[in-house]
Design a protein around this ligand. Structure first.
Ligand SMILES: *Cc1c(COP(=O)(O)O)cnc(C)c1O
Length: 404
């Protein structure tokens, strides 16, 4: 059988639809964020990255780098095993204590990524709690969807950010079955923020536990970077808060926080926690330093907020429509996969601006977009340059100026 022919048939279909994924080959340049070298077909050129999830540039923060180097020198490279078999290092426990403190919880549990933390925690909860029903926001991330699917628990999808729909669906379930309301705080593609307080109130009314993914909020919201739930004073009312160390904290890894019993339960039963090598201690040390820094320092959050506002105002002046939201994510809808890619290609080729086109299945078809994530390290000049490039392309490509 010609397997490559089978593979290529589906790949060709993706290309025809404009949904084939091309990766930019970047070489991050430490100390120069958001600049990076792009290894393109026409050689290596410096570009400005406008779509990084290293939202605050912490991946190149001198304190974080120093912590990782110090830990490598002290402990070596890898953890040496799974957490169960010789892999639990002192640095992991220090980081878990730092995370529990960040979210005001009794305990925390580390995973190798945020994806794995959602997948492992939800699949364990859904499969181990008898008759459990998981009520999942329609906009939830793939990692939550896959975790719920794998759990084989009954799944009820409620309309995105629609508390009335959530309540109707909770009310329709038997009172005595365990229920989990799973949702995010900042949704990464539209940048909209969940009505956490109302969701918590409804969940409490029906005795459901709350599972909140704060991946796109930790480090950036709340006085100590505890996320939107911290900002809203709601952390103690959320049963489980999940986050990543790979985005605003600038390293890699994922985690959950909650009661000691909850974390011990996941630790004891989650295959995705048990059967994989622990994160390198140096990664844990770097992440802890980044978290500790952002607990104390507001400068990065303030800088990000002002550059986000500046970009939005500059886009408005040029009549370039962008989605309104209360977050740091600035989506510009193009609504066509081929045009979105074309714009991104022009920006890279002609302007040395890198923004990844966001196409299906990351977003629904017809809502293809460019998604800009200004950081405190994007200068005013970077913003002016980006917006003048977009304004020029808008004219050339005759994209409607109407509000998306
Ligand atoms: C990126 C992301 C994750 C996964 O986190 P990683 O640490 O990148 O694996 C989980 N949830 C949401 C909403 C995300 O956007």
């Amino acid at each position: 059988m010609d397997f490559d022919a089978l593979f290529n048939k589906q790949l060709d279909q993706l290309k025809d639809d404009g949904n084939y994924r091309y990766f930019a080959e970047l070489e991050r340049d430490c100390g120069k964020f958001p600049k990076a070298a792009n290894h393109g077909t026409d050689g290596v050129r410096d570009v400005t990255v406008w779509c990084s999830n290293d939202y605050l540039g912490m991946g190149q923060h001198p304190k974080v780098i120093a912590a990782m180097c110090e830990a490598v020198a002290r402990t070596g490279t890898g953890a040496g095993g799974t957490r169960n078999i010789s892999g639990t290092n002192h640095d992991h426990l220090l980081l878990e204590a730092e995370l529990a403190d960040l979210h005001g919880k009794e305990a925390a549990l580390l995973f190798t990524s945020g994806y794995v933390s959602n997948w492992a925690a939800l699949s364990t909860l859904g499969s181990r709690l008898e008759n459990c029903v998981i009520l999942s926001d329609a906009g939830n991330h793939a990692s939550m969807i896959e975790g719920i699917r794998h759990s084989r628990a009954q799944k009820v999808i409620w309309n995105h950010n629609d508390v009335a729909d959530l309540e109707a669906k909770l009310a329709a379930l038997p009172a005595n079955v365990p229920k989990i309301v799973a949702f995010e705080s900042v949704y990464s593609m539209d940048g909209d923020i969940a009505p956490i307080r109302q969701i918590v109130e409804v969940a409490e009314k029906y005795g459901a536990m709350t599972y909140l993914d704060e991946v796109h909020a930790v480090g950036m919201y709340g006085p100590r970077g505890g996320g939107v739930a911290e900002q809203e004073g709601l952390m103690d009312r959320i049963t489980l808060i999940e986050g990543t160390l790979g985005k605003a904290f600038g390293v890699v890894g994922g985690y959950i926080t909650g009661s000691a019993a909850l974390c011990d339960f996941i630790r004891s039963f989650a295959s995705g926690f048990i059967f994989t090598t622990a994160l390198p201690p140096a990664v844990a040390a770097a992440a802890r330093t980044s978290i500790a820094h952002l607990k104390e320092s507001d400068a990065e959050r303030m800088g990000q907020r002002s550059q986000v506002a500046r970009l939005r105002a500059a886009l408005d002046r040029q009549g370039i429509p962008h989605m309104e939201n209360d977050s740091h994510i600035v989506p510009v809808l193009i609504k066509d996969p081929v045009k979105t890619r074309m714009l991104a290609d022009y920006l890279m080729a002609e302007w040395d601006i890198y923004v990844q086109p966001i196409n299906y299945p990351t977003v629904p078809k017809g809502t293809e977009r460019l998604r800009f994530t200004p950081s405190p390290l994007h200068t005013d000049a970077d913003i002016d340059y980006l917006v003048s490039a977009l304004a020029t392309l808008w004219k050339q490509c005759a994209i409607a100026h109407a509000v998306a």
